[in-house]
Write a protein that binds this ligand. Structure first.
Ligand code: ATP
Length: 754
């Protein structure tokens, strides 16, 4: 036996805590109308998780709570606790006893507890389903619901049978799997859509990454080339700088020396520039000297002439004086003298023209003759005044002579001075001429050498300019490379190469670097760490999504398989269960009706509304409204039809059965179902109400038979039924308006029931 007890407190009419123990296979609850018996059956439904308040005869949750009557105030909560003996572990919990409790509060909040621990409704439903205590309540037949299975739609009927066959568990699993499958497919679709969303981005990133990788390769190549280029360029610049410096230093020195020399030579030549002045001075001196000498000659000549005149006058005077003494006073006319003088002079001039001595001698003879003649002519004619005049002339001549002699002296002094100046100057000029020549030579040499030095320095300056440009270029190149490749490019210094290669290779290297730079820029430049990171992340995410899809697809496949398995299982077990039920149903039916036949059959799903009439039996039609019919017609779920064939009657449709016949048919079917897959307990609330005495006996027999498989709790007014119960509970309405529970003996029960 599984069911141990039920405890109601504050539930409906059970204001006080009331407990019913079910230590017998059949327990009966008896009592007058309205005492609260059905509330006990409902308490079972309630605690087992019924969610329809309507089926508990209420509108809302608080209708289930003791509402107060007499001096018993209304309660705030209703609770029902059912305890199962779980020693057989028919409930999959590791407890000897399992107590399930449900509490409802006035605010309609429900609590569910298993062995005192709060759980979800779902936990309770699943737990009970595993023990064939389904929520459809096929094992709890409420009052007036004996023929519920007959009234139900074919679909509901099928569901009840499935529940009774313990297939609900599979149904739950199936539904759950289907839900999971739908969810999984949604997830797959979602993940696929996510993948689709990121695919173009990944494609884009891939291209970027390829570019970046290309860029990195190019960058490596560029780094390698750049390092070598920089090292070589640096080395080259240093070498050339050293070379230029080495060449320049001595040249600068030489140039300085040459400049000094030139300065010196120039000074000399500058002095030489005064040479003209000196020459002019020399010429002036020469002219002066010449003039002084001319003057001197003239004076000499004058002096000679004067001397001659004086001498001649003196002679004449002497002669005159002698004459005077004889011919002392003989006077001759000046004209005669001048005439004779002129005559003599002419003779002398004439003789001078000839260089013949004979002519001179002849001239002298002639002069002598002239003079002799003159004297002879004038001997007797001495003129004293003339003599006196002559003396005076002599004196005057002597004065003139003195003056000339003085001038001559002056001229001599002047000549000497000039001559000395002239000589000194001439010497100087001669001397200078020598040193100027040297200086001029030196200037030419210096000029030539300077020219050479300047030309060399010019070359060096050119080289320096080239070097400066090279350095500038190099600096710019390093900066550019630094920007592109980072500062480690500066570590070129640490490298070493063989530096003997021709310079043009370095040009080729530079061109190569420029080409790589262009390609690098074309490839989108460098950097791209972010792109790589993003690409890695995106591909990882994609891979994750792909795996996720695979996993989801796998689980979809396994869910589909599970659903198929469950379908197969449901269908096989349903079929075999149905067959078994049919066997039992047939027997019970024949037993109840003393013959006849009853049969359950799976009805083919209705496809179209117009076909419904043809397929559905009258009973189904009567119990089905058009809307639900359409809905049902749309569904593909199968239903269960009931066919009955009463003995000796031509009744085939359920519609044509009497109330009692309907009750008997239902009971036969319920018992058949319960026997095929016995639930732990069955509650029958006045299922026997419509039975006559003969049928009551059959009913009681069947109860007894059924109690071999399931514990039975029967609510009954029927004496026959009561007689089969091991325990009898009487429910009465107390004075306060609440249900009262008492354990009673059979006779008492009969009385109470009435
Ligand atoms: P019958 O033999 O006629 O079927 P019964 O013994 O099955 O009667 P129930 O239907 O179980 O009687 O009980 C109905 C009684 O319970 C009614 O008197 C009703 O007033 C009472 N009842 C129902 N709900 C509450 C409630 N929330 N509080 C108090 N009493 C309630």
């Amino acid at each position: 036996m599984y069911l141990k007890s039920i405890e109601l407190s504050g539930f409906k009419s059970f204001a006080k805590k009331s407990e019913l123990n079910f230590s017998s296979k059949v327990s009966a609850i008896v009592g007058p109308n309205g005492s609260g018996k059905s509330n006990v059956a409902e308490a079972f439904r309630f605690v087992l998780g019924e969610q329809s308040i309507k089926s508990l005869r209420g509108k809302k949750g608080e209708d289930l709570i003791w509402n107060g009557a007499g001096d018993m105030p209304r309660g705030n909560r209703a609770s029902v606790k059912v305890t199962f003996d779980n020693s057989s572990k028919f409930l999959p919990l590791d407890y000897e006893n399992v107590t399930i409790e449900r509490v409802v509060h006035r605010d309609s909040v429900n609590e569910y507890l298993i062995n005192g621990s709060q759980v979800r409704l779902r936990d309770i439903v699943e737990l009970l389903a595993s023990a064939h205590i389904g929520s459809s309540g096929h094992h709890i037949i409420s009052q007036g619901e004996a023929d519920r299975i007959l009234n139900a739609t074919i679909k509901e009927r099928k569901s009840m049978i499935e529940d009774a066959l313990g297939l609900k568990m599979y149904q739950y699993k199936k539904q759950e799997s289907e839900k999971k499958l739908v969810k999984t497919r949604e997830n797959i679709a979602q993940v696929e859509s996510l993948r689709r969303e990121i695919t173009p981005h990944i494609r884009f990133l891939k291209k970027q990454v390829e570019k970046v990788q290309k860029g990195l390769e190019l960058r490596d190549e560029l780094t390698k080339e750049a390092l070598e280029y920089c090292k070589r360029e640096d080395h080259y610049i240093k070498t050339i700088t050293d070379k230029v410096h080495r060449e320049k230093t001595p040249l600068i020195h030489i140039e300085k020396e040459l400049n000094n020399e030139l300065e010196h030579a120039k000074k000399i030549l500058e002095n030489a520039e005064h040479k003209d002045a000196k020459s002019e001075e020399l010429i002036t001196l020469e002219n002066d000297l010449h003039k002084v000498r001319d003057d001197k000659d003239n004076l000499f000549r004058e002096l000679g002439r004067l001397d001659g005149e004086v001498t001649s006058l003196v002679k004449m005077v002497k002669k005159q004086e002698e004459v005077a003494h004889s011919y002392e006073h003989k006077t001759v006319t000046l004209v005669s003298v001048e005439s004779i003088a002129a005559e003599i002079e002419n003779k002398i001039i004439e003789s001078k023209k000839s260089d013949k001595i004979e002519v001179l001698i002849q001239t002298l003879d002639e002069v002598t003759e002239i003079l002799t003649n003159f004297i002879d002519h004038n001997k007797d004619k001495v003129d004293m005044s003339l003599l006196e005049d002559s003396r005076k002339d002599i004196e005057s001549l002597k004065d003139s002579k003195n003056k000339i002699e003085k001038s001559l002296n002056d001229l001599k002094v002047n000549e000497n001075r000039l001559s000395s100046q002239y000589n000194t100057l001439k010497d100087n000029i001669e001397k200078e001429k020598d040193s100027n020549r040297d200086a001029e030579k030196a200037v030419f040499r210096i000029m030539a050498e300077s020219q050479e030095v300047r030309s060399k320095l010019h070359d060096i300056a050119n080289q320096e300019e080239i070097l400066r440009l090279l350095k500038e270029d190099f600096k710019r190149e390093i900066t550019e490379l630094g920007h592109m490749l980072g500062t480690h490019i500066l570590q070129f210094d640490l490298l070493s190469y063989d530096f003997t290669e021709p310079r043009n290779l370095q040009d080729e290297r530079r061109r190569k670097i420029e080409k790589i730079k262009i390609r690098l820029e074309d490839s989108g430049g460098i950097g791209g760490d972010d792109v790589l990171k993003e690409y890695t992340e995106a591909t990882e995410r994609d891979a994750f999504l792909q795996k996720e899809i695979k996993d989801l697809e796998k689980s979809a496949v396994s869910l589909t398989e599970l659903i198929t398995d469950l379908d197969v299982r449901l269908s096989t077990e349903f079929k075999s269960g149905l067959d078994k039920i049919n066997t039992q149903f047939k027997e019970y039916f024949a037993l109840m009706f003393g013959g006849g036949e009853a049969h359950l059959s799976v009805s083919v799903p209705v496809k179209k509304k117009k076909d419904v009439d043809l397929i559905m039996n009258d009973e189904d039609f009567a119990n089905t409204d058009v809307d639900s019919l359409t809905a049902e017609a749309d569904a593909t779920t199968e239903g269960i039809d009931i066919e009955v064939n009463l003995p000796k009657k031509k009744i085939k449709g359920l519609m044509m059965l009497s109330g009692g016949e309907r009750a008997l048919t239902s009971i036969a079917l319920l018992f058949a179902i319960s026997q095929v897959n016995p639930p732990p307990f069955i509650i029958l609330d006045e299922t026997d109400a419509a039975l006559d005495e003969a049928n009551s006996k059959k009913y009681a027999d069947m109860i007894e038979n059924l109690s071999k498989y399931s514990q039975l709790i029967v609510i009954t007014h029927n004496r026959e039924t009561m007689s089969r119960a091991g325990i009898l509970y009487g429910v009465t309405m107390g004075l306060g308006g609440g249900s009262k529970l008492l354990s009673v003996a059979f006779d008492q029960a009969v009385t109470i029931a009435k």
